[in-house]
Ligand binder design. Structure first.
Ligand code: ADP
Length: 437
């Protein structure tokens, strides 16, 4: 074979190889592109969807184009995404309901984990400890509540498996009392995970209980004094065989007076409980206070004359208020009677009325003994007397002003007192005017 023939065969072989190489390379490129489309693109889509899921974007689905593994992966992902979405909304719903229940509770709720960190606190608990509920979460139980006793109770609960109830001060030296029930928090295997404390502010309850006890003690004391004296004098009378008529008469008079005192005490107590109970609805009649005070002055005239005290009614024209005539008569009587009772020879009691737009202010003033400033805050309390001996001697029960205040409160009016020792006292009450229909 000639050399140029060999060369020509060689060249065509080289060309053929290059062509085959190019075809193979093009095919490989094509396969790579196809593979990229079939595998990488769905995987990238999946990655994007997973990232969105992490951001709680549940609606996003991946496109399933094949039935191979990649297609099955996409389908499984879509199903998982749906289940997660349902689960998420169920949990959110439950959390929302729990939040609503907890925040509408009047009782404070605080839950802690075994690391003694607050994991849950409702609005009422936050109010008790003057915090923001969110602020309490994650804090140490003592740091969040500043209550050592409460922390100790939670510790005790986590140590054992029992619940405990205890009353304690909100803080050392605080006036407020809370009743706490602490129970362990257990997982489904019964393992303790922390504790939950439910707290109720029982301050007003305890205060009421104390008031009730004081009230019973006061009533018993008030009744015991006249009863002891009645018993003493009647025994003496029985032993004396009524030989000394004058002495017997004096003793019987004392017994009679003490009985009167007990009757007025019982009557005052009954009035007070009737007004307080609210069983009788308040009448809303048109009451002319000019007439009410005129009747009062007439009723007390003899008593005032006997003491050398003058009463002046400076209300000259009818003043009509809305209220219960019987109760308002009692107010007028209590106030004018006190003005006479705590006065001295030559003293004066006066009554005035000042008309406002919707209300009228009545003033009952006197030039009597007056009341020292330190007593004024408590003067409307039941059984509060400035000078116990003196008031009792004057037949006072210590209930008159308490009854008066109750009646005025029921009428949604106001009552205030000003007084200076040795100068006199002024009581101001305001009542709603009766408007013509
Ligand atoms: P009491 O039945 O003892 O009069 P009140 O509730 O009416 O009870 O009054 C309470 C106390 O307030 C009285 O015991 C008296 O010490 C004092 N007080 C009330 N009104 C007057 C007044 N006008 N002047 C001086 N002291 C008064």
């Amino acid at each position: 074979m000639r050399a140029d023939e060999i060369n020509s065969i060689y060249r065509s072989l080289v060309r053929g190889s290059i062509l085959i190489g190019l075809i193979v390379a093009a095919a490989a490129f094509g396969v790579a592109i196809l593979l990229n489309r079939a595998i990488t693109n769905p995987l990238q889509d999946l990655l994007v969807a997973v990232r969105r899921l992490r951001e709680r974007e549940f609606g996003r689905k991946v496109l399933v184009q094949s039935t191979d593994e990649i297609g099955q992966l996409g389908k499984a992902f879509n199903e998982l995404s749906e289940t997660l979405e349902e689960l998420f909304f169920t949990i959110s719903d439950r959390e929302g309901t729990l939040d609503t229940v907890l925040s509408s509770m009047d009782d404070g709720v605080v839950a802690v984990n075994m690391r003694r960190e607050v994991i849950l606190a409702n609005r009422a608990a936050a109010d008790l400890f003057h915090h923001d509920a969110e602020e309490m979460i994650g804090k140490n139980q003592f740091e969040a509540t500043r209550n050592e006793e409460l922390s100790r109770l939670l510790e005790k609960t986590m140590d054992g498996k029992d619940s405990f109830s205890q009353e304690m001060r909100l803080r050392p030296g605080s006036e407020r009392t809370i009743a706490v029930t602490s129970s362990p928090l257990e997982d489904q295997h019964g393992k303790i995970q922390g504790a939950v404390a439910v707290m109720r502010d029982v301050t007003s309850l305890r205060h009421l209980e104390q008031m009730r006890q004081e009230f019973v003690a006061n009533v018993s004391h008030e009744l015991r004094t006249p009863l002891t004296s009645i018993k003493g004098f009647s025994e003496t009378l029985l032993n004396s065989n009524f030989e000394d008529r004058a002495l017997s008469e004096r003793f019987l008079n004392i017994i009679n007076n003490e009985t009167d005192r007990m009757i007025s005490l019982i009557n005052d107590l009954l009035d007070l409980s009737r007004i307080e109970s609210g069983k009788q609805p308040l009448k809303k009649d048109a009451v002319d206070m000019k007439r009410v005070f005129e009747d009062t002055v007439l009723m007390l005239k003899n008593k005032a004359d006997a003491k050398g005290v003058t009463i002046e009614n400076n209300i000259y024209s009818p003043v009509t208020v809305e209220g219960d005539e019987k109760l308002l008569k009692q107010v007028a009587l209590n106030l004018v009677d006190n003005g006479v009772k705590y006065n001295s020879e030559g003293g004066k009691v006066w009554i005035e009325a000042e008309q406002g737009l919707d209300s009228v202010e009545f003033i009952v003033g006197d030039t009597g003994l007056g009341i020292a400033t330190e007593h004024l805050d408590r003067i409307f309390e039941r059984f509060y007397r400035v000078d116990k001996g003196r008031a009792r001697h004057m037949g006072g029960t210590g209930l008159g002003l308490a009854i008066t205040k109750h009646i005025i409160d029921k009428h949604k009016g106001t009552i205030a007192i000003e007084s200076r020792v040795g100068k006199g006292t002024k009581i101001r009450i305001t009542l709603k005017k009766k408007t013509e229909l």
